[in-house]
Design a binder for this molecule. Structure first.
Ligand code: SF4
Length: 80
């Protein structure tokens, strides 16, 4: 029977499943400058006009920072 130290104390073990960024364009109102573009630490996000941002997957490190800047939840981290 497997158990972790966290479960011994009634704590839930952290989910370490790798996640990747998904851009859900239908959730983006596409009427503003995306604040997540400037928040990306590696410059992986770009935006044309006020359209939904796009991600350069060769640069993105899947840190999830941008998802915390997107209030309509158009940028979300999903399990790979
Ligand atoms: S997940 Fe991180 S690296 Fe990737 S686009 Fe978002 S902020 Fe940038």
């Amino acid at each position: 029977m497997a158990f972790s130290l966290a479960s011994l104390f009634g704590l839930k073990a952290p989910d370490t499943t790798p996640k990747t960024l998904a851009i859900l364009k239908h959730r983006c109102p596409q009427n503003h400058r995306c604040p997540a573009v400037a928040a990306c630490p590696v410059g992986a996000l770009s935006q044309k006009g006020q359209k939904a941002p796009t991600v350069d997957r060769s640069i993105c490190i899947n840190c999830g920072k941008c998802s915390r800047y997107c209030f309509p939840k158009a940028l979300v981290m999903k399990k790979a």
